[in-house]
Design a protein around this ligand. Structure first.
Ligand code: ADP
Ligand code: MG
Length: 674
């Protein structure tokens, strides 16, 4: 469980508490599978053979009735420790079955022992594993260890926050909080302890992230892009096909300022789907070029990299800029000259996938790195791009869809943040509906009407790793039935899926982009970034199997032109409650920031961002989906303190300095806070 030291053990906080102020009598047990505490004597013990294995069956009575306690594992060891006819405090979850009731794997403690133990109003439940339980490290043992630990340390913990913070927020002192979290004397004391420890956890994570940002600015020199030159100006005045939105201008200004300070830029750019992040990124690259540097864009998929490459190529057609594309499928024959040109600085902009990270890829002077759809890359990969130069390039990280504020503050808390919070003018919100198979004929009719008006249609099928084969079959069945209903030559259909090679994918994609096909049948490989403004209908098959951000991302493929666009979520009749919530959220909301918040509430922070980066999100006591306000407060205090006392030298901040100095990686923040 990651517990190596007493310190670790002390900070293994209960994940739940049970009110133990009530004792039930067997005659008046609740009629559901509740957790209960009762006091009773053992009248009989026996091992009973069953279909598979055996069970230990223990009869207890309390004067009002009798009840069976059962164990299916570890029973020999348990049986030896049990004494007949003595009163026990019994605790466990009821199991009602065929009118009878039992408690499987309860906890038992002799009443005489129980009365000697610490008086607590709430019983803590510690995180545990099956292995620990079968080896006898039960909740009771955990509690006993905590008791010993508290005795041994005499609650001699030093304060780790400053007096100002403690007074301002009326925080419980550290030593009391650590005691109450393990041995709550009352509900009130427990919630005060939780508040204090949550605050502390969030505060130190934020302090670390902010200080990392501050230190980086002071210590890591970056290229100073002081000029706005011909590339940028020509693009702005002659090429840019529209006016930038105010939000885009604001963000571009933030980026320009960053890149002019002489420190390395590390910025996160968030914006809803279709808010126009790409153009901002491109203009930032033009600034790099104007100052004599190269720029690169790294995208998570081959299709996306190609798409970026093509749209940038189109935009820069009239300008004298050399652009390259590097993905896994670029053949050695082309790759070699490409890499040479890159190293000599002849190539100014390189677009690509992970392939950019390879050691052979050497730039002459890489000045700016754009990482698109960052959450698919690990932090380590981000760092790898930095190391391509002596001075680290400026880094702009972009997210595909907005991520909730609390997660942005945690995952990207060390980055400066920019938000594009408006869509280009003239966009009509996509109309979203939820339909089932019953409506299929109508849906197809609707597709025909849209195509008759010159529009194009996406039909997307799920693709998840575990059942790739089944998904493939779904996709192919779907394709065939669509081909029947939309026969050639009147209708042309593209198909793109993960099992095709990159060339075929690009070919099919290209036919759709050029309007040669009206329908694109695809798996989620087209999820992000694809930009075909003439497409006006997005049909998502088995929509109940998609996550919210994926649905939103897919919906973002339409509504990119001026026509009214539609998103039709198809689902089977059977859905989980959560899936229904997701679909309803999509129908009700168009705003990606709002959808991200709902997603966080439904799934929790770890699942939301994928496993790669969840280390930062696995907090011991605070919960990023619930403690949003507290996180904002903690961050605000960290900002304030660093502003007033960046080196934490004021006597007042001595406890903070001491704790901060002891902090290592943010993953195990509690290892260092004592
Ligand atoms: P995303 O933020 O999802 O990456 P894109 O950068 O792909 O969005 O932009 C979506 C579409 O909006 C593109 O076709 C782009 O050319 C267009 N666009 C971007 N900015 C503007 C603007 N200020 N006015 C009009 N259209 C814009
Ligand atoms: Mg994009």
């Amino acid at each position: 469980m990651g517990i190596h030291t007493f310190q670790d053990l002390l900070h293994c906080f209960p994940h739940r508490y049970i009110d133990r102020s009530t004792t039930f009598s067997i005659a008046n047990l609740p009629q559901n599978n509740a957790e209960v505490q009762l006091i009773g004597r053992i009248t009989d013990l026996q091992i009973i053979p069953q279909k598979r294995g055996k069970r230990l069956s223990v009869q207890v009575e309390d004067g009002s009735g009798t009840l069976e306690l059962v164990w299916f594992r570890g029973y020999k060891w348990i049986m030896e420790g049990l004494r007949k006819n003595e009163p026990y405090v019994i605790f466990g979850r009821l199991n009602w079955f065929n009118g009878g009731v039992s408690i499987p794997h309860p906890e038992l403690e002799l009443l005489s022992q129980f009365e000697k133990g610490p008086k607590i109003a709430l019983k803590p439940l510690y995180p545990s594993t099956e292995k620990l339980t079968t080896r006898g490290v039960s909740q009771r043992i955990m509690q006993k260890m905590m008791t010993e630990l508290m005795k041994a340390t005499q609650s001699g913990f030093t304060e780790s926050l400053s007096l100002t913070i403690i007074e301002q927020w009326q925080l419980m002192p550290k030593k009391d909080a650590l005691f109450q979290i393990h041995f709550p004397q009352s509900h009130n004391a427990l919630s005060k302890a939780q508040f204090r420890l949550k605050f502390e956890e969030l505060f130190y994570i934020q302090l670390q992230l902010l200080k990392k940002n501050l230190d980086r600015k002071q210590k890591i020199k970056g290229y100073r892009f002081s000029t706005v030159g011909d590339h940028f100006n020509q693009f702005y005045n002659e090429v840019l096909p529209f006016d930038l939105t105010d939000s885009q201008k604001k963000v571009l200004k933030e980026i320009r300022t960053d890149m002019g300070t002489g420190a390395q830029m590390n910025r996160l750019l968030q914006g809803d789907v279709g808010s126009g992040k790409t153009i901002v990124a491109l203009m930032a690259i033009l600034l790099a070029l104007d100052n004599g540097y190269q720029g690169c864009i790294m995208a998570p998929t081959e299709i996306l990299a190609q798409q970026h490459y093509q749209s940038i190529e189109r935009l820069l057609k009239k300008m004298d800029i050399r652009l390259g594309l590097l993905t896994g499928s670029v053949k050695e024959k082309e790759r070699k000259p490409l890499l040479e040109q890159l190293a000599q600085g002849e190539l100014q902009i390189l677009v690509g996938t992970h392939a950019l990270l390879e050691d052979r890829v050497k730039f002459k002077n890489l000045g700016l790195v754009i990482i698109d759809e960052q959450h698919r890359f690990g932090v380590a990969q981000r760092a790898k791009l930095w190391k391509k130069n002596t001075l680290p390039p400026h880094v702009l990280v972009m997210t595909a869809t907005p991520i909730p504020r609390t997660l942005a503050m945690s995952l990207y808390g060390d980055l400066d943040q920019s938000v594009i919070d408006e869509l280009p003018p003239g966009r009509k919100p996509v109309k979203t509906v939820h339909r089932t198979d019953k409506n299929r004929l109508k849906v197809f009719q609707f597709i025909r009407e849209e195509i008759a008006q010159g529009r194009q249609v996406y039909i997307v099928y799920p693709l998840i790793q575990e059942s790739e084969k089944m998904d493939y079959k779904d996709l192919m069945d779907g394709y065939e039935s669509i081909a029947r209903d939309f026969p050639a030559p009147k209708y042309q259909i593209s198909i793109v899926h993960g099992q095709m090679n990159a060339e075929d994918k690009a070919y099919e994609m290209q036919r759709f982009v050029e309007g040669k096909t009206q329908i694109m049948v695809a798996t989620t490989v087209i999820e992000v970034g694809v930009n075909v403004p003439n497409a006006s209908v997005m049909i998502i098959e088995s929509a109940e199997r998609f996550g919210l951000s994926q649905l939103h991302q897919l919906r973002g493929r339409v509504g990119r032109g001026n026509a009214q666009s539609y998103c039709i979520l198809m689902s089977g009749p059977k859905r989980s409650e959560e899936a229904t919530m997701r679909l309803q959220t999509m129908v009700d909301h168009n705003d990606g920031f709002k959808i991200a918040e709902v997603d966080l509430q439904l799934r929790g922070p770890g699942d939301l961002m994928g496993t790669q980066q969840s280390g930062l999100l696995q907090l011991k006591i605070a919960d990023l989906s619930k403690d949003q306000q507290l996180l904002k407060t903690a961050r605000a205090w960290a900002v304030k303190i660093l502003k007033e006392d960046p080196l934490l030298q004021q006597p007042e901040n001595a406890p903070i300095r001491k704790t901060y100095t002891a902090l290592g990686a943010y993953k195990n923040i509690w290892n260092y806070i004592s």
